[in-house]
Design a protein around this ligand. Structure first.
Ligand code: RTP
Ligand code: MG
Length: 143
């Protein structure tokens, strides 16, 4: 399996709980390198565009309201099998169904406010990384 990149977002609920460091540590402990990261407070336009695929879903308006309710931390994670590995570390979308020891099981309570986002495929990852980062903002390891 080749080295991949994936997009991670630490959502406003997790930022508010001050667990940014704990969540990033889980990625690093699992062998995912943070090769870009920034904190930003998403505008409605930026959050709406990011979740455009969910525009017709009943939860879309609530999702955009939540994602703009406070700052987020957006990161590019790099490593072997990064897309699937990140999804595994995150756990199920609904924290009540998330496996023990996953980020959502440990740091989230509800499906609406579930601590983290992770790209769901290599194609989504490519699109989502480009949505938030210029190539020049990504800093692969040199040592
Ligand atoms: P994400 O995109 O945030 O990584 O989460 P995901 O792939 O596990 O879930 P997805 O189906 O893409 O949904 C995106 C986000 O919308 C909220 N959601 N609410 N109330 C609901 O039924 C519902 N379903 C999804 C969640 O915040 C989910 O992470
Ligand atoms: Mg998704």
């Amino acid at each position: 399996m080749a080295v991949e990149r994936t997009l991670s977002i630490i959502k406003p609920d997790a930022v508010a709980k001050s667990v940014i460091g704990k969540i990033l540590a889980r990625f690093e402990q699992a062998g995912l390198n943070v090769v870009a990261t920034k904190m930003l407070h998403l505008s409605e336009e930026l959050a709406g565009g990011f979740y455009a695929e969910h525009k017709e879903r009943p939860f879309y308006n609530d999702l955009v309201a939540f994602m703009t309710s406070g700052p987020v931390v957006v990161s590019v994670l790099e490593g072997e099998n990064a897309v699937a590995l990140n999804r595994e570390l995150m756990g199920a979308t609904n924290p009540k169904e998330a496996a023990e020891g996953t980020i959502r099981a440990d740091f989230a309570e509800t499906i609406d406010e579930n601590a983290v986002h992770g790209s769901d495929s290599a194609a989504s990852a490519e699109r989502e990384v480009a949505y938030f980062f210029e190539d020049s903002e990504i800093c692969p390891r040199t040592r």
